[in-house]
Write a protein that binds this ligand. Sequence first.
Ligand code: ATP
Ligand code: MG
Length: 240
Amino acid sequence: MDNPAILVENLSKTYGSGASAVTALKEASLTVRAGEVVGLLGPSGSGKTTLLQCLGAIIDPSGGRISLGGEVIYDGGWHYADRRTLRRDRIGFIFQRPYLIPFMDATENIAILPMLQGRSNAEAGARARELLATLDIAHRAEARIEQLSGGEQQRVAIARALANRPPVILADEPTAPLDSHRALVVMQLLQDMAEKNHTAIIVVTHDESIIPLFRRLYRLRDGVLHEEQGEREGEQGVAT
Ligand SMILES: Nc1ncnc2c1ncn2[C@@H]1O[C@H](COP(=O)(O)OP(=O)(O)OP(=O)(O)O)[C@@H](O)[C@H]1O
Ligand SMILES: [Mg+2]
């Protein structure tokens, strides 16, 4: 069998040290195959963002192992000196809040990553416009970020994470600021990405309306991760 796209083994994270130390992740293990969209649930403070940020090489774990596509990227230390390149080329991250570049317009915010990867302006711009249309914000393509609503900014941030067609997408509550119809459009887009490009996707969510769409779910509680047992229907496709 192929190597899983994402393999996390006994991953731990402790913030701080001594009396103020907070252990946010306790020996967490998880597997996501290429083409799979997996849900990650858990109460506030249970370690969801911490897990995603460790996996996305944004923060340093305290121990354990992370492999992407069969390649170990962290094993008590990073195997990549240049983690910025690792993130740029292999991971699409949708943050819990949309971190966009305020002085650029929506299209530029999306096109910048493909351009940094060496795509032409025309190709990067076309990809950005295609994503803006799918996410129903083509009419705001030239608006500066500060002129967009919270939900519109989130959709630009989602488009940016998908622009490079990375093999791994980590989405931290991507649908939280969206209405239920748009939340389903985003989930459909992520599932299409998974199917067409064999992307492995983890979606953190509190959104009850999208939970039934996942075929597999993990749950975090006080830093302890479990896979939810039992057959799930999931991924029946979304009527839009
Ligand atoms: N930079 C930090 N320094 C110290 N403690 C932190 C830091 N970031 C998170 N924590 C703590 O780690 C624990 C897990 O936080 P995390 O942000 O991963 O939770 P979460 O499940 O994403 O919560 P939410 O649903 O509210 O976003 C919490 O107790 C939090 O207070
Ligand atoms: Mg969080």
